[in-house]
Design a protein around this ligand. Structure first.
Ligand SMILES: [Zn+2]
Length: 355
């Protein structure tokens, strides 16, 4: 029977004591090959643990290398952890800031702009008016306004645009167009040049006079003349602010296609109702029939949603009577019913019934 060198024995002894405290000192001091082999056969995991700890005790073994590697990995992860922490702090700060902004008093002169220049404001309930003022405060604290073509942006312009944009959010949570950063205002309709693919395959440039544009890059462009007339007459079914900010809501899903992110509707029902009504509007547009919805909504599903939103807020009775399913989908989406804001029969627009 061959005895194990004392150095090995000591290492095993120490290791065994750490891994298996139940081993007696006698075992440790009189280990033989047989006894070691017996231990290995009895418990492979113990053996592996013994080897690892032995290496560790040797001063430059595997455990030391593992510790070093883990340390390097931890250091490499530090920037990621810092970024995640910074994002968390940023969102927490912005939430806190929005709450603080909402609690600020609403300036008297701003209130005068609402009561004098935004016809629908006085039709809202007191609770809706209060919530709208809170949303306006957040909107104006977060978004930048720029005058174009020499226009000087006034507080009245900022308040009226913010108010109409936030009408869409009255019961829509506290997220105030998170992707939007700036609003550009032209004095009146502005010219844009667009390249359009013709039926014969030729791309042709043409100039358009535009009342407003919504960009996925966080910009909305508006003609002030049309913003003002839309705020004054809130019953004609035309409102460039409602239209462009409906596009902004649509874009929050990642694609501007008439299917915004839904929280209260089902996509199945939304898709069915919107496609049926879109096809109906296209057909009526081809026949040059007058409808409660502007036929510009027949351009594509995104424009249909924007035009439907304008009609929903400005001509709710007419939309409900002609397209009840569409109206109910929009009621669910916006979580409100604008029929309460409008005396029935206020609009003189004519239309032919849907179906
Ligand atoms: Zn549009």
């Amino acid at each position: 029977m061959q005895m194990i060198p004392i150095l090995v024995k000591n290492r095993i002894t120490t290791t065994a004591a750490a891994a298996k405290p139940e081993l007696s000192l006698g075992h440790k001091l009189n280990l033989t090959e047989n006894s070691i082999g017996g231990n290995i056969k009895m418990s492979r995991s113990s053996y592996v643990r013994v080897k690892a700890v032995n290496n560790c005790l040797s001063g430059s073994g595997l455990c030391g290398r593992l510790t070093s590697l883990q340390g390097k990995k931890m250091i490499a992860l530090l920037p990621l952890v810092a970024v995640i922490a910074a994002i968390f702090v940023y969102f927490y700060y912005m939430k806190w800031r929005d709450q603080w902004v909402r609690s600020r008093p609403f300036p008297e002169e701003w209130l005068a702009y609402l009561t004098e220049a935004l016809a629908v404001y006085s039709c809202l309930s007191l609770q809706e008016q209060h919530r709208l003022r809170q949303l306006i405060l957040v909107f104006l604290a977060r978004k930048r306004f720029y005058g174009c073509a020499g226009l000087v942006v006034t507080d009245q312009m900022r308040v009226i645009i913010a108010a109409e944009a936030c009408l869409l959010l009255l019961n829509h949570g506290w997220a105030v167009y998170p992707k939007l950063s700036s609003v550009l205002i032209y004095p009146s309709a502005f010219r844009v040049t667009r390249e359009e693919l013709q039926p014969d395959g030729v791309v042709k440039s043409s100039e358009h006079h535009v009342l407003g544009e919504s960009w996925g890059s966080g910009r909305v462009i508006l003609s002030w003349d049309d913003v003002e007339s839309g705020a004054t007459d809130f019953t004609d079914g035309h409102n460039v602010v409602l239209h462009e900010f409906a596009h902004q809501l649509d874009a929050e899903s990642g694609t501007t296609n008439g299917a915004p992110r839904l929280r209260h509707n089902t996509y199945k029902s939304w898709s069915k109702v919107f496609m049926e009504n879109f096809e109906d509007l296209r057909e009526r547009s081809r026949r040059h029939q007058t409808t409660v919805m502007d036929t510009y909504g027949a351009t594509n599903p995104a424009e249909f949603f924007a035009v439907a939103t304008e009609t929903f807020f400005e001509e709710p009775h007419q939309l409900y009577e002609t397209r009840p399913e569409l109206y109910n989908e929009l009621c669910q989406y916006y979580q409100l019913d604008p029929r309460h804001w409008h005396p029935k029969g206020a609009s003189q627009n004519t239309h032919t019934p849907y179906k």
